[in-house]
Design a protein around this ligand. Sequence first.
Ligand code: CMC
Length: 387
Amino acid sequence: RGLFTYDPGFVSTAACESSITYIDGDQGILLHRGYPIEQLAKHSDYLETCYLLLNGELPTAEQKEQFVNTIKNHTMVHQQMTHFFNGFRRDAHPMAIMVAVVGALSAFYHDSLDIDDPHHREVCAYRLIAKMPTIAAMCYKYSIGQPFQYPQNDLNYADNFLHMMFGTPCATYVPNPILSKAMDRIFLLHADHEQNASTSTVRLAGSSGANPFACIASGVAALWGPAHGGANEAVLQMLEEIGDEANIPEFIQRAKDPDDDFRLMGFGHRVYRNFDPRAKVMKQACDEVLAELGIENDPLLKIAKRLEQIALEDEYFVQRKLYPNVDFYSGIILKAIGIPTNMFTVIFALSRTIGWISHWSEFHSSPNKIGRPRQLYTGQKQRDYPE
Ligand code: CMC
C-alpha cells in the first residue's frame, strides 16, 4: 500500500526512544526508570516518584526535601485565573474546565519561557505538579458553588488536595491517614504509562515547539475519552447501570455481542495481555481502604467483585486476554474516598501530568524532529471543477 507503513492505532509503530517507563504487556511488567511499580507503590510516594520520572534517579533525603518544598512554593495559581471559571456553566463537566484552565496557564508563562533551557523546563514541571491539584479542586468547588480553598502547604500532597476538595471556610478538612495513603497510591499508580494516547498527544504537540502548558492541555483533552482516562468514570456509571448482581449476565452477554457497542468498562488494555500490574496493586489498595472504612458491603463494590469473577472465567474474555485494568478498581476507591464520579478523570489527569511533562522534557532534551505522520489517501482522484 504505497510508500508508507500503514499502522492504524499505532499498534506496532515506535514513535520515539524513551528511557522513562518500560512495559512488558505479556508478562504484566511496568517499570519506572527501572523500578517495578509494585515496589514504588509499597516503598515510595507520589512526589518521590515524580522526582524519579523527571530526573531518572531516586532523590537523596535532602533532594527529596528540597523537591517537596519547591513544589509547595508553587501550589497557588494566579488570582486572575479564578475569573476563567466564571465563564463556565456551573454544570459544565470538570474535564471541560480542566482543558481550558490548564491551557490558560500558557498565557501566564509564555514570553520569557525558553524551552531549550533545562532549568526553564524544570520550572515548568514544578509549576504543573504543584498547580494541577489546585486547579482540579477548583473545578469541583466551582461545580458545587462553594468558595475555592487555597492550598495549605503544611499538608502533604494528597491531604492538601483533599483539603482543597472537601474543606470549607466554615469547616477545616481533617486529614485521615487511610484516605491520604489511598489518594497518594492512586496518584502514583497513574503517574506514567509510556506512549499512551494522551502522552503521545503531548509529545506530538510539543514537537512543534508549542508552549508546554498548552501541550499539557492537549494531553488532558486526549485523556478525557472513555477508551482512555474516562474509563474510571465509565466503570462507575456501568456498575450503577447494572444495578444488581442478578443483571450481570445480561451485561456480559451484551459485551460479547459483536452487534452491540457496549464494552465492559475497566476491562482490556492495548498493551497488557496479562493482568495490569497497576490493577493488582489497586485491587489490594481497594480491599484495604474499604475494610478500613468499614464499607466492604457497598452494593456497587459487590457488583464489581462478582462482575470481575464472572468475566475472568468467561471464555470470551479469557481467549481475548481481557483482564481488569487500573481503572476498574480506582473508581471504587475514589468513590469510597467521597470523590464525585465526574472528578475521576480529572484526578487521572492531575496524576498523569508528571508523565506528560517528563516526556515533553525528554523530547526537548535531545535532538528532535516535528512529528508528522503520513496517511493513505482514499479520496477522489484529481478532477475538474464544473464550469
Ligand atoms: N469488553 C468487551 N470486549 C472487549 C473489551 C471490553 N472492555 N475490550 C476489548 N474487547 C474485545 C474487542 O471487541 C475485540 O474483540 P474481537 O477480536 O472479537 O473483535 C478484542 O477484544 C480486541 O479489542 P480491541 O478493541 O482490538 O483492543 P484495543 O487494544 O484496540 O483496545 C481498549 C484496548 C482499552 C481501548 C479496550 O480494551 C476497551 O475499550 N476497554 C474498555 C475501556 C477501558 O477500560 N479503557 C481503559 C484502558 S486502561 C487506562 C488507560 O490507559 O487510560
